[in-house]
Design a protein around this ligand. Structure first.
Ligand SMILES: Cc1cc2nc3c(=O)[nH]c(=O)nc-3n(C[C@H](O)[C@H](O)[C@H](O)COP(=O)(O)OP(=O)(O)OC[C@H]3O[C@@H](n4cnc5c(N)ncnc54)[C@H](O)[C@@H]3O)c2cc1C
Length: 464
């Protein structure tokens, strides 16, 4: 057994762990990066990148099917070759993964350990069966895994998660997607547009991350046009029948339905990877899920020299947040006990459906009643959106009554991912609605829709 004495041990070489490692090193610490699985990160291997590749293929198929209103006819049926679709998804994905692996393997071998790490006590980690690491500080950056409810676990290889989709060689015929969160919506719509017969069964009325009832209702309608969407379904039984799965469920109207699928794709949320960490061997205080309780501002677990970053802490399970948190955790771990707060950027998230969903700043559900006005725009008659026949969408922007500052937005609409950037930048700069309206808007662009929503909000406020 090898023994190592080190300033900082980073557990997990993902999107949080890699920047944590680099930040701790830059702060002058001796650091070791521990990875139990494959290098390459969740984002590149089975997350952000392959999902966007699948969506890109779906968008191509969708575009090819809807040329006729422009007077452009693609004569004959649009043919989707599932094998070619998956070959491109995997080929391009492997290219992205390759870059990450290369850069991770560029870290000197003596600063990397391969194997799963678990705590022996507060400052000692066992890595695989080969190394014992005595660390002054530890960064837990172990990511998250899909949660599969027990009723689907019995279905064997017919109950799949996002990782399995990106291992397919061909597209299946019929899939039930369990859960209408971000991953479910993205994969569900993409598969549907690629010709897979998709049924999406949500349980609690979720439509991605949306919390504004009006936007949620609109989005629900939009997705119902892409696939059978039951946001309030109750699955009563899931049974394996040969190579298929039989589901008995109550749909959103309470009607009992029976259907058979090739796969059940479970997108029912993700859970922090903490179960293999041996946290019970430490004096860290754990919450109900077994995650160390920690300060979301410093990422520090209690008073311990332990920091938790990325999906493992489940605060904002997004790539850019994982990277920012990793950097902050690495720096704090190296400088412990001189711990600094993490300065977060303005909240931004996007769902890569078409139309896209985006959220910026405060969620509608978290705003205090009467403290804000809501500016609205429908994209149905928005000039450029209509020109492009992408005129589906509804946007709400929230403006604080007292300060006139833009505080948040939720919407579904064309080019949402890009408009989300304008809005998050405005938010981070503390702009008022008046200052935002004083900015340039070109013509004709989808952003003119945003201007309409901002004008609508401003009109509800007393004259500036
Ligand atoms: C399908 C999908 C699509 C997504 N799309 C987007 C998107 O479009 N935009 C966006 O911002 N985010 C997206 N995300 C989220 C994003 O991928 C995550 O927020 C990000 O990957 C989290 O990084 P991380 O470092 O916390 O975890 P990871 O990258 O998963 O890294 C954790 C690492 O820790 C290792 N590990 C775990 N336990 C141990 C242990 N005990 N010992 C040693 N190593 C261990 C794991 O093997 C893993 O390599 C998506 C996620 C999914 C699943």
């Amino acid at each position: 057994m090898k023994t190592l004495h080190i300033d900082v041990a980073v557990i997990g070489a993902g999107s949080a762990g890699l920047p944590a490692f680099r930040a701790a090193k830059a702060a002058g610490a001796s650091v070791v990066l521990i990875e139990g699985g494959a290098y390459g990160t969740t984002c590149a291997r089975v997350g952000c990148m392959p999902s966007k590749l699948l969506i890109a293929a779906a968008e191509a198929a969708h575009a090819a099917r809807r040329t006729a209103p422009f007077g452009v006819h693609v004569d004959g049926a649009v043919r989707i070759d599932g094998r070619e679709v998956m070959a491109r998804v995997k080929g391009e994905r492997d290219r992205f993964v390759g870059f990450v692996v290369e850069s991770t393997e560029g870290i000197p071998a003596e600063e990397r350990l391969i194997g799963y790490a678990h705590f022996i006590d507060d400052n000692v980690l066992q890595v695989g069966d080969h190394t014992r690491v005595h660390a002054k500080s530890v960064v837990i950056a172990t990511g998250s895994s899909p949660f599969v409810p027990p009723m689907y676990q019995v279905l064997g290889d017919r109950a799949i998660v996002n990782d399995d989709v990106f291992a397919w060689d061909d597209l299946p015929r019929k899939v039930a997607v369990i859960g209408a969160g971000v991953i479910g919506l993205e994969l569900g719509q993409a598969l549907a547009w690629l010709g897979v017969d998709v049924t999406m069964l949500g349980a609690r009325g979720r439509v991605g991350p949306l919390s504004d009832p009006a936007i949620k209702g609109y989005a629900q309608q939009v997705f119902s046009e892409s696939f059978r969407f039951e946001p309030h379904a109750q699955v009563e039984a899931a049974t394996r029948e040969g190579d298929s799965v039989h589901l008995r469920y109550r749909d959103s109207a309470g009607e009992l339905r029976d259907d058979t699928f090739d796969y059940v794709l479970v997108t029912a949320g993700r859970r922090p990877n903490v179960d293999r960490l041996g946290l019970h061997n430490t004096t860290l205080e754990l919450d109900a899920r077994g995650v160390p309780t920690f300060d979301p501002v410093t990422l520090q677990a209690g008073k311990h020299p332990v920091f938790i970053a990325g999906d493992a802490n489940d605060v904002l399970p997004l790539l850019h947040e994982a990277a920012d948190e990793g950097r902050a955790a690495g720096e704090n771990a190296a400088r412990f006990p001189d711990v600094k707060p993490l300065v977060r950027r303005a909240p931004i998230s996007a769902v890569f459906t078409e139309p896209g969903i985006a959220m910026v700043g405060a969620r509608h559900a978290d705003l205090t009643d009467d403290s804000f006005v809501t500016g609205e725009v429908s994209f149905e008659d928005q000039g450029r959106s209509r020109v492009m026949l992408r005129n589906r969408g509804l946007m709400h922007v929230y403006v604080d009554k007292a300060s006139r500052r833009f505080v948040g937005a939720e919407w579904i609409g064309p080019d949402a991912e890009h408009i989300a950037h304008l809005l998050s930048w405005a938010l981070q700069m503390n702009l008022t609605v008046d200052a935002m309206l004083a900015m340039p808007f070109y013509h004709p662009v989808v952003e003119e829709g945003l201007r309409t929503a901002l004008r609508n909000a401003a009109a509800q406020l007393p004259k500036a």
